[in-house]
Design a protein around this ligand. Structure first.
Ligand SMILES: [Zn+2]
Length: 277
C-alpha cells in the first residue's frame, strides 16, 4: 500500500467510533449494484477489495476503478526503482491485476505519488465528481478518513471520494474499507515483521455489528484475489515470499466495509493524523 516512515502523531484510538449498522451486513457483492472503487495507489484496490470486485464482476455487475497515483515512490530502493521505472511497472501490474478481476474500466488521475494532499482540493473533488457522475454507481468504495494505514494520500483520497459522491451520486452507498478485531489478530505478527500499517493504533478494529459489508471469500474468489495481488509483484512479491502463500491467503481472505454515515464525525479528526509520505 506504499510508503513507509515514522508516524508524526502516534496516538489514536484503536476501536473505530462507529454506530451499529441498521441492517445486517451485506455478504454478497452481487447486491452492491454498479461498484466504483476510488483508491490512492495500485494495490490498494487489490488488498482491500479484490474479492469484492471479483465477486461483483462474476455476478455481472459493472465495476469501475479509479487510482489517483501510480505509487511510483513506493519502494525502499529508489536507486533500483527510480520513479519513472516503478511507475511504468506498476501501471502494467495494475492492468494485469484488474484484468484478473474482470475489471475493464479504469481511470488513472496521474497525480504524483505522495502529493495528493498538496493538490488543489476543489479541483480534485470536481474532477472525481465528473467520473462519479459518468459511472453513476450504486456503491462507492474507498478508504475511511483515517486512511487505513494512516497514509496521507489515502486520507486525502477518502476526503475527495466522500465529497465527490455527495456531489454526483448522493444516493449511492458509500463504504469505507475497514478491519475487524479478527483481522487484526491474524495480521498483527506480520505487521510487526513488515510494518505495513504505519501508525500506532492502526488499523482500526470496527465492531462486527457495525459492518455494512462483510465478505468471506470463497476459495475461488480468494484464488483470483491472490493472483491479482501476485500480479503486483513489485509490491507484494517480497511479502508473499516472506510470510508464505498459505498465511498470506488467510490474511487477506476477508474484506470488510463500514457505511460512511455510521462513522462518527469525530473520526474526521483523523484526517489530520499524518504520517510522513
Ligand atoms: Zn496505498
Amino acid at each position: 500500500m506504499s510508503a513507509s516512515p515514522t508516524p508524526l502523531r502516534p496516538a489514536a484510538p484503536r476501536t473505530a467510533p462507529v454506530t451499529p449498522a441498521i441492517s445486517p451486513a451485506i455478504t454478497d457483492a452481487a447486491d452492491l449494484g454498479t461498484v466504483l472503487g476510488i483508491w490512492a495507489h495500485p494495490d490498494d484496490e487489490a488488498f482491500l477489495s479484490a474479492g469484492l470486485m471479483a465477486a461483483a464482476t462474476a455476478a455481472g455487475n459493472r465495476v469501475v476503478c479509479v487510482t489517483a497515483t501510480l505509487g511510483e515512490r513506493g519502494t525502499p530502493e529508489p536507486e533500483r526503482w527510480p520513479p519513472d521505472r516503478l511507475g511504468r511497472v506498476r501501471a502494467h501490474e495494475l492492468r494485469a491485476s484488474l484484468a484478473v478481476l474482470g475489471v475493464t474500466e479504469h481511470h488513472l488521475l496521474n497525480i504524483v505519488d505522495g502529493t495528493c494532499a498538496a493538490q488543489p482540493h476543489d479541483a480534485a473533488v470536481w474532477r472525481l465528481a465528473g467520473i462519479v457522475d459518468a459511472v453513476a454507481p450504486d456503491t462507492v468504495v474507498t478508504f475511511g478518513p483515517e486512511g487505513m494505514t494512516g497514509h496521507e494520500d489515502h486520507q486525502t483520497v477518502s476526503a475527495w471520494a466522500t465529497e465527490a459522491r455527495a456531489i454526483a451520486a448522493p444516493r449511492a452507498r458509500l463504504l469505507y474499507a475497514t478491519t475487524t478485531e479478527e483481522f487484526v489478530q491474524r495480521w498483527e505478527p506480520a505487521r510487526e515483521a513488515f510494518d505495513v500499517f504505519l501508525a500506532e493504533g492502526l488499523p482500526l478494529r470496527t465492531p462486527a455489528d457495525a459492518l455494512a459489508v462483510e465478505l468471506r471469500l470463497t476459495p475461488a474468489e480468494l484464488d483470483r484475489k491472490i493472483v491479482a495481488l501476485r500480479a503486483q509483484a513489485s509490491q507484494t512479491g517480497g511479502l508473499i515470499a516472506a510470510v508464505g502463500e498459505e498465511r498470506f491467503r488467510q490474511w487477506w481472505s476477508t474484506e470488510a466495509f463500514v457505511a460512511a454515515e455510521s462513522v462518527s464525525s469525530g473520526a474526521r479528526e483523523w484526517g489530520t493524523w499524518r504520517v510522513a509520505a
